[in-house]
Design a protein around this ligand. Structure first.
Ligand code: HEM
Length: 496
């Protein structure tokens, strides 16, 4: 039977020709079943995509298995699709493993429709501080920053691997907002959850997930991709336990966090017809936890890598921060308007960190077009954000770290249109405001208090990124030096 199976596959390869729809964007010839997968480096396909862009132009197509996907490159076409034709490009794929895990619930993988819209609006307004109880988003972030400082204090004079710390801190900030609690850095509950999240994010886009997607007949078999479903269920179980605890301890109408706000929302809309319910709530909470953790922490790690290896940039930031904050204990997000160089540095670090290189895949919600090509409804669309963040002609220094990319001739902060790390249009990152506040408050507080140096035994800095749904820098050690006492604020970091 194995021989027969191979014969069958060979026949498919020889006799089936995959044909692109009429007037579809051009691209390399696909193989049956596998499509163009063999033409893409599984470790990092970004270089191959760059090569295809040079050959076929800013809009080209690829087959992922037997499904065509259109890759959009550069600011002009990404903006045309996601902003000008936002409603036509706002769908999400329904055939991928992550789509099956979330079953279209929550926000990230929910298709364009009323449930997605209601939940997106709810999460945005709640996070924008209309319902987080007594403590604002800014206060919760500053609380976490003070814990990061305490942790770094113990490494002052030496070095440490910041991966774990930044990951836990980012996860704590999101946990504080949605569940009303943060965890100690050695708390087994958060350590287990984070470990599951790390494994889940790796496996949900790994080779087994690809096999699951391209050969549907394999799906019921007990192959390693079942682990992903298992890990996902475990994370869900954890969230369900938190929900049960909240239901017992809450006072209706007095929310402590986003979860309480959601429970209030269910009460308000209990008379039927609403998209708010327990299953959606669990998916939304998982969405926010997953989307808000390693995106921010990987960006912070990249930022530190560039700061450590550009002492002049760090010193200029430090001077600006000291001048603006004077003797004040804490920075506030409002201070960003008085710190053009710091703003430019943080944005530049974010550009180079290129954290979500291929965005989250979209699909077309109706027949549409791009340039002169026709895209049928349901076509998968991959916005190549990486190509925009390094696009020649859009940046003064597209391929190197240089805060001048965000400064005009008189040193004012300016944000070029091609700064799209959060994507654009109706599905633009929901956590953009939160992420920007986190990056600013964490980096300003740390740069004020510490000098970060590349450790003498650290070898040669490696700026290449590990590709993934979210990219991350390679592990490195962060040299931590406490700035001299006269440079520090008179009141030490935030008291809790
Ligand atoms: C979606 C980037 C932090 C929640 C996205 C997308 C990108 C992105 C590129 C896809 C947009 C699209 O489909 O076109 C980033 C980056 C972050 C970050 C670079 C940090 C530096 C966060 C945080 C949260 C979050 C902290 C938590 C609140 C979401 C959600 C979506 C999303 C819920 C789905 C939006 C939708 O489908 O309507 N993000 N993100 N993100 N992000 Fe973020």
């Amino acid at each position: 039977s194995v021989v027969l199976l191979w014969l069958f596959i060979l026949l498919l390869f020889f006799f089936i020709r995959v044909r692109r729809p009429k007037n579809f964007p051009p691209g390399p010839r696909p193989l049956p079943i596998l499509g163009n997968l063999l033409q893409l480096d599984p470790v990092n396909p970004l270089k191959d995509l760059e090569g295809l862009k040079r050959r076929y132009g800013n809009v080209f197509s690829l087959y992922i298995g037997s499904r065509p996907a259109v890759v959009l490159n550069g600011l002009e076409v990404v903006r045309e699709a996601l902003v000008t034709r936002a409603a036509e490009y706002a769908g999400r794929p329904t055939h991928m493993m992550v789509s099956h895990l979330f079953k279209g619930k929550g926000i990230v993988m929910a298709n364009y429709g009323s449930s997605w819209r209601d939940h997106r609006r709810f999460a945005l307004t709640t996070l924008r501080n209309f319902g987080l109880g007594k403590r604002s988003m800014e206060e919760r972030i500053l609380e976490e920053v003070s814990h990061i400082c305490t942790e770094l204090e113990s490494s002052a004079g030496g070095s440490m691997d910041p991966q774990h710390l930044f990951h836990l801190a980012a996860s704590n900030i999101i946990c504080s907002l949605i569940f009303g609690e943060r965890f100690e850095y050695d708390d087994p509950v958060i350590l287990t959850l984070i470990q599951r999240l790390e494994e889940f994010t790796k496996e949900a886009i790994g080779p087994w997930a690809m096999l699951y997607e391209i050969i549907p007949v394999l799906r019921p078999l007990p192959l390693p991709f079942r682990n992903v479903f298992h890990k996902f269920d475990k994370m869900k179980e954890h969230i369900k336990k938190v929900v049960t605890k909240h239901k017992h301890s809450r006072i209706a109408g007095e929310p402590r966090d986003l979860l309480d706000c959601y429970l209030d929302q269910i009460d308000k809309t209990a008379d039927g017809g609403s998209t708010f319910n327990d299953a959606q709530m669990v998916s939304l909470l998982l969405d926010l936890f997953i989307a808000g953790t390693d995106t921010t922490s990987n960006t912070l790690r990249s930022a530190m890598l560039y700061l450590m290896t550009n002492q002049h940039v760090q010193d200029r930031c430090h001077r600006e921060i000291t001048e603006v904050l004077e003797g004040r204990a804490d920075a506030s997000f409002e201070d960003r308007h008085a710190m053009p160089y710091v703003q430019a540095t943080i944005h530049e670090a974010q550009r180079m960190s290129d954290t979500v290189p291929l965005s989250v895949f979209h699909t077309t919600c109706s027949n549409t077009q791009i340039n002169s090509y026709q895209l049928p409804q349901g076509t998968m669309v991959i916005p190549n954000l990486s190509s925009v963040l390094h696009e020649e002609g859009q940046w003064k220094f597209p391929h190197e770290f240089n805060p001048e990319n965000f400064l005009n001739e008189v040193g004012e902060f300016v944000k070029p249109e091609a700064f799209l790390p959060f994507s654009a249009g109706s599905r633009v990152c929901l956590g953009e405001g939160l992420a920007r506040m986190e990056l600013f408050l964490v980096l300003v507080t740390l740069l004020r208090r510490y000098r970060f140096v590349w450790p003498e035994d650290g070898g040669v800095p490696d700026f290449s990124l590990i590709f993934g749904g979210t990219q991350s820098p390679k592990p490195y050690r962060l040299g931590v030096r406490l700035r001299s006492s006269e440079e520090l604020p008179t009141v030490s970091t935030r008291e809790i």
